[in-house]
Design a protein around this ligand. Structure first.
Ligand code: NG6
Ligand code: CA
Length: 526
């Protein structure tokens, strides 16, 4: 029977607040940095060249990694978008808050205006804050009751963002229009917008009944309701006119808005949440990226993502801001090939492994669901490029950012958010070590997993072995507890060691229960 190694555990848990934070979050050494988080969608652990991707070039992202930190053990909080984003922006586990599952396009705002968000952290510190791209965290006061033809409230300005140019949900969900500062951008008064997730509007074609109108992409599963730009969507909408987006221009559009924002705000510190539509479905990149990869549309969308990264970096550089801008590039969940459109992602994937060889993928409790690329670039502070394997979780984003702007916790407090840990600042800034002692992750059916050093526990919840609705992904669900151990630095998720290691199993189970119930766990481990 194996032991856990509590010695190391205590050492880490007893570690005082991060040295970096004690030094004033770097504020005494360098001016407060601008912060840009580049949040990719469904970009897997293996999907960038600097993480081993084959068949696609990602030079701009590679450059960030080569001149910064490339984390190899970083995790999103969930294996789907809405819960991961909720956790990133609030520092609260999504399973604590009902209604944080993959949101419909007409969902009410999921983060309540009273909640403390990472945007609030920056606003308090005098930053100008902005969000661009995919939102997927709801808008307005009541689901299904938004009036898309006037100001929508509450919106991002109520949770700390000074300006925003966003897609309400995802590119595969209506309404297919951008929302700028709470109003439909480029609004067309001749084509008022109506949205329903219950029924179609009379006379409007659907992908299900009018497949010949799907001239840009056909669906493989789902996505057969309203048709916009020759692509079937989830949900029904009517109207929109010239405000309707063209999928091939989404990356250009959100990137241009972010670049304009950088140019206009270069004199004072800013925070940008730049959430790309790439590489989520429908993958329909601009024609200048067609054929950029050897993998068809999914690979081309990765190339387009990398282009967006390059544009942002160039805007920072040309304004003389790159040196003192902290860029964090990561993804909301693991990868998927066929996620509902006939884009040949499975057929053309070739030698490339989107998960970088990990088991599972998007939706899954296995590592492929939540292990994500994570690059930190800040030339003024991170002088020595490095690859780090300490455990990192996006749950700490709010708290680490609080440290970056020099916010200090009260004595005895370890976070500004319900679940984050501000002592992780050092890890995020490149200090060598184990990083977080543990991380909790949520799969699509709410199965929770806990990683503690060299062990990973997936709670028994049951459920199908494969995602049941189309994507060919192993879920990792089981009615039996699963316990995996690292072998050569990676969890062997083919070998369930639960029966042989009851003590470790119980320790991880107990820790997960304590985290879930918000009970103290630090003392127990010391
Ligand atoms: C699923 C969609 C999938 C994607 C996912 C959310 C179908 C058949 N599948 O329900 O295409 O939109 O939700 O992805 O509708 S996420 O990355 O935003 O979480
Ligand atoms: Ca996603």
């Amino acid at each position: 029977m194996e032991k856990l190694g509590f010695g190391i555990c205590s050492l880490t848990l007893l570690s005082p607040l991060a040295l970096f934070a004690q030094a004033g979050g770097g504020a005494e050494n360098v001016p407060r940095p601008n912060v840009v988080v580049i949040y990719a969608d469904d970009l897997g652990f293996g999907d960038l060249e600097c993480y081993g991707a084959k068949g696609v070039k990602t030079p701009n992202t590679n450059n960030l990694a080569a001149n910064g930190l490339r984390m190899t053990n970083a995790h999103s909080v969930a294996s789907t978008s809405t819960p991961s984003r909720y956790a990133l922006l609030t520092g609260e586990y999504p399973w604590r808050k009902p209604g944080t599952d993959v949101a419909a396009g007409d969902a009410a705002m999921i983060i309540s205006p009273g909640q403390y968000t990472v945007a609030d952290v920056f606003k308090e510190a005098g930053y100008t804050t902005a969000a661009f791209g995919k939102w997927h965290l709801g808008l307005g006061a009541e689901s299904g009751r938004q009036d898309w033809n006037s100001a929508i409230s509450p919106a991002l300005s109520d949770i700390g963002f000074d300006c925003s140019y966003i897609m309400a949900a995802t590119a595969d969900r209506v309404p297919c229009v951008f929302i700028e500062n709470g109003r439909v951008a480029n609004y067309d008064s001749l084509a008022p917008i109506y949205v329903s997730y219950r029924q179609n509007f009379e006379g409007e074609p659907t992908g299900r009944n009018n497949p010949r109108l799907l001239y840009n992409l056909k669906h493989s599963h789902g996505h057969d309701m309203s048709i916009v730009n020759g692509i079937g969507r989830i949900g029904y909408m009517k109207g929109g006119g010239k405000a309707l987006w063209k999928d091939e221009n989404i990356a250009d559009s959100i990137t241009a808005h972010a670049v304009d924002f950088i140019n206009a705000n270069k004199e004072k510190p800013f925070f940008i949440y730049f959430a790309t539509n790439d590489v989520h479905v429908p993958r329909f990149p601009h024609e200048r990226f067609r054929g950029a990869s050897e993998m068809g549309l999914r690979g081309d969308a990765i190339a387009q993502f990398d282009w967006s990264v390059g544009e942002i970096v160039e805007a920072l550089r040309s304004n003389g801001l790159l040196d003192n801008t902290l860029i964090i590039l990561t993804s909301d969940n693991g990868p998927v090939l066929d996620d509902g459109y006939d884009d040949d992602a499975e057929e053309l994937v070739g030698e490339h492994s989107p998960t970088g060889g990990l088991r599972g993928g998007k939706y899954s409790a296995f590592e492929g669901g939540t292990r994500v690329p994570f690059i930190v670039h800040w030339p003024a502070m991170i002088k020595t490029p490095a690859v780090r394997d300490g455990l990192v979780s996006q749950i700490d984003f709010l708290d680490v950012m609080a440290g970056i702007v020099g916010k200090k916790t009260a004595p005895g407090e370890r976070s500004f958010s319900p679940d984050g840990d501000c002592s992780q600042l050092d890890t995020w800034m490149g200090e060598e070590g184990v990083g977080r002692p543990f991380a909790v992750e949520m799969a699509s059916n709410h199965t929770l997993s806990l990683i503690l050093f060299n062990w990973k526990y997936i709670e028994p919840k049951g459920g199908p072995a494969m995602v049941p609705w189309g994507p060919k992904i192993e879920t990792g669900y089981s009615s039996e507890p699963q316990l995996f151990k690292k072998v050569n630095g990676e969890f062997d998720e083919t070998c369930n060691l639960a029966d042989e290691n009851p003590t470790i199993l119980n320790a991880l189970k107990d820790l997960l229960e304590r985290v879930r119930d918000n009970r103290k766990y630090f003392l127990e481990f010391q």
